[in-house]
Each structure stands twice: as C-alpha cells, then as structure tokens.
Unconditional design. Sequence first.
Lengths: 262, 294
Amino acid sequence: MAQPAVHLKDLNMVFRGAQGDTVALQDANLDIQQGEFISLIGPSGCGKTTLLRLMADLITPTGGELLIGGKSPAQARQERAYGYVFQSPALLEWRTVLNNVLLPLDVMNTPKATRQARAHEMLKLVGLEGFAGRYPWQLSGGMQQRVSIARALAFDPSLLLMDEPFGALDEITREHLNGELLRLWQETGKTVVFVTHGISEAVFLSTRVVVMTSRPGKIEGVVDIDLPYPRNVETRESPRFFELATKVRELLRQGHGFDADD
Amino acid sequence: MIKARRPVMAGSVGPMIIVAVIALALYWPLMLWVNAGAAQRSLNSGADLGCATAIACATQLRNPVLPAPAQLGSSLRTMSLPPMAPTSVPYNTLVTAGETIVGLLIASVLGIGLAVGLVGSRAFERVTLPWLIASQTVPVIALAPMLAVVLGQYGVQGWLPKALIAAYIAFFPVAVGVAAGLRSPDPMQEDLLITYRASGWQTFWKLRLPASLPFLFTSLKVAATAALIGSIVAEISTISFSGLGKMLAENSRASDTLALWVIMLYGAGLGIALVAVLGLIERLVTPWRAGQSR
C-alpha cells in the first residue's frame, strides 16, 4: 500500500493557559490507510476533536510527527486535500442550499462551467436535489447536516474529517444518516476520520474504532470492526455487533473513560 | 420538516387600528378639558369668540393647547397647499428629507468604512474607538452653530451643513452596528473558510460582509431617526431659509400651536417613511430573511 492517509508518531498537543498547561493529546501513534473509515471515540476532553483539528491544520502540534498523505497538515490544507464537517452544519444563511454547496468551488475558483453540475451532483448524492433553492432555515437539522456533507465532498478531497456531525440529532435521524454516510463512503472511496461519542454509531460505521481516554488525552486502544458489508439494520442486531460494542465499552472503562466529569 | 413562510407585517394592522381608535376616544375629552380653561378666561375678558360657553369655545381657540380634530384638519389643508410653495409644509418637509437622506448616505459610507477598520485592525480600534465615543458626547445643538460658521467660512451654506450635522450623529450607530455584524460569523464558519484556504479578501466578501447586512439595516433604522433629529436641530440652531426646523422655530416664536402640530405631524410622517423605505430595501437586499421566524 502507498502512503498512509494519516500518519501519527508520538504526537503531542499541550494547550498553555493561565491555570497551567492542559495535555490535550499525549504520545498518540496511529496509521490510517487510504479508504479506511476510522472513528475516534471517547469522553469529552479526551482530545478527539483536538486530533481532528490537528489533522486539519486548524491548530499546530507541540510535538511529534503528523503527516496527511505523506505531507505536513499545512501543506495538505494548501492543497485542499481534506473536507471538514463541523459539529453544527455551519451553513451560510444567506446562501441557498445549492449556493452553500457551491461555496468551496467559488472560493477555490474551479472552472465555472462545471461548478453547477458538480453541486447538483453532490446534492443528489445526499438526496437533497429537490431542495437546491431553499434557504438553510427552511430545512431540518438532519437535512442541514447533509448539505454540509455535500459541501465537504464538492471539491472532491480524498480525506473527510467529521467532527460529531450527527451529535445534535435525534437517535432516529442519526441511525438513518449513519446508513447514508456508509453508502456515501462506499460510493466515493474516501478516507473518513469520524469523531463521535456514540458507541453503536462508531461500531456500525467504521473499519476500525480508535478508543481515547481523557486527562491526559491519549489513545487507549484500537478495535478492528470485522462486520460484513452491506451493513444494515440486521447488522445492528447481530451478536457480533454486540460483542464489538462491548469491547469498545470495556476499553473506555479501562481508561477510566466514564469517570470524566462532563 | 419545512417551515412555513409567514408575511412579516400581517396581523399587526388590526391591533394598530384598535390602538388608534382608543387614542382618539381618549383625546377628545382631554382636548376639551385642557382648552376649556383658556376659553373661559377669554370669555371672562369679554372677547368675542363667536360661541356661548367655554366647552363650545374649546374647539375653536386661535391658539389651542390641544387642537380639535377639525381645526387640525383645516390647518393641515391650508398649510399643505400649494404643496411646492416655499411657505408650505410639504415643500419644507422635502428640504429636510433631502438633508436627512444625504446625511444618512454620508453616515453609511463613513460608518461602514470605520467598521471595516475597527474589525480589521486592533491598533486602529484602540486609537479610534475612544474618539468615536467622545464625538458622540458633544451635544449636537451646541455643535451645529459652530459647524455652520466654520463651513460658512469655506462657502458651504444652505442644506449641506445640515446634512453634515445629520451625518455626524448618524454615522456612529452605523459604525457600531456594522462592526458587530462583521464579527457575527460563528467560529466554525471562520474555520470552514480556513480549511478552504480562503484569502482574507474572500473571507470578507463571502462571509463577513453578507453576515453584517442584517446588522447594517437595524442600525440604519436607528441612524435614520438620529439623522432626522440632526437635520431638524441643525435647521433650528443655524440660519435657515427652509426646512421643518426653520418652520418650527418661526411658529414657536409666534406661539402658533396649530402650525406646530401640523409641522410635527409632517415630521413624524417623514420619520416613518424613512424607516419604511429602509425596511423595503432591507427585504430586497436580504431576501433570505423573508418569512424567517425570528
């Protein structure tokens, strides 16, 4: 296999503050291969969002090595190598759904002729082609988050960084969107790094689940998810699913993940 | 799942009419009561008012404390015709409107420019902001005559000094409002543009500026009222040959309450019209907010 999509070696992130330093990430080691779906799971304050922001070059590590497709995060950002999906949809309220998906293409100055077609194609991919002319406030939370996923895919990055994208949604909507995301991942072949604190969500979606613990934030262990595809409702009800979820839960407990006061 | 659109003003017309009817019903006895004393004094002094009792005379005083609706109606008519005569109220309202609008335009350009500077540079903010606040503590009525004299030295006379004074008090709410608007995008939206490697210029045009538009219109409505006050005060406190302020000064010296009431009504109408026009422009410029429940 070629370059890993993401490579971490002894990665450290310390936030300096007035009340002393906070170790958000300690000696993290991980390799993510091209096309994998990796979930980062752990309690609040375990550094999972920090790790995602490090990959996105939104913050700079205080130590260790981090490579995105063999390049530095800064370089990867310069080359627009990844799409980022935030906790909230972060849509621009003055732009219609279609124009929100067009935003990265506008900023990146892609050829005008293909922009519209590409944006429509992405909306179709997330099942919202009928809502192109709506404004964000006219959509439900789940639909808004689908628009933001279409937006992240619009410029065809090979890596998708997702920070609890379904965290604010109800269980029913979340399970539905989990299925949609799995389908998208299989259709597009992207590498996905997905931050969550839902155990079943992580097990259902991932090829591997990375369990993290807090204070200091570090990687406690990695669980290989060998559930067969296609994954669907039966998958969630299978004994193997239950076993894997239990394994993740045990790892969280081992690291005192449940003691975190949040 | 899809929220319904709702007309912005629907449902507020009915209550407004009810309040107007109640106000009118209360006005009539109040008017009779406050005018009756003056009418009685005139009758006692033997003046020929052409009416027998104080209550009957209360609606026909030359300079009533509160005008009767019929008096107000006839004054409104005589003072409005012909509309474009230099002594008619409509003409003078237009003069004041022109000063206010020019003042508001100057205030917008100045206010938006300052806001961009305030948000763009910490140093600029530190140097400028205290002076901006200080500028607003100077009473405009004290400033106006001085400014008129200074500008007069350079041959700037007539409506322009009034527009400048209007701009002087109107730019501040615009600057503060737009600065808040330019800072209003949430951190995730800013991060989003960083992940796109957007330039500062792109972040400004595609994120900050559109985000500030609702704030701009809110502050423009405040600024419009301030600018109207500014131009009327400027007309009163400097040498003026036209405008609502000039008419107010004249008629207040003559104690012509009926005229003052008419001028006041025109002034109120002008203020409402300015805010309404801004509201209309707002709906055209920020169409995404139409029907949005806020």
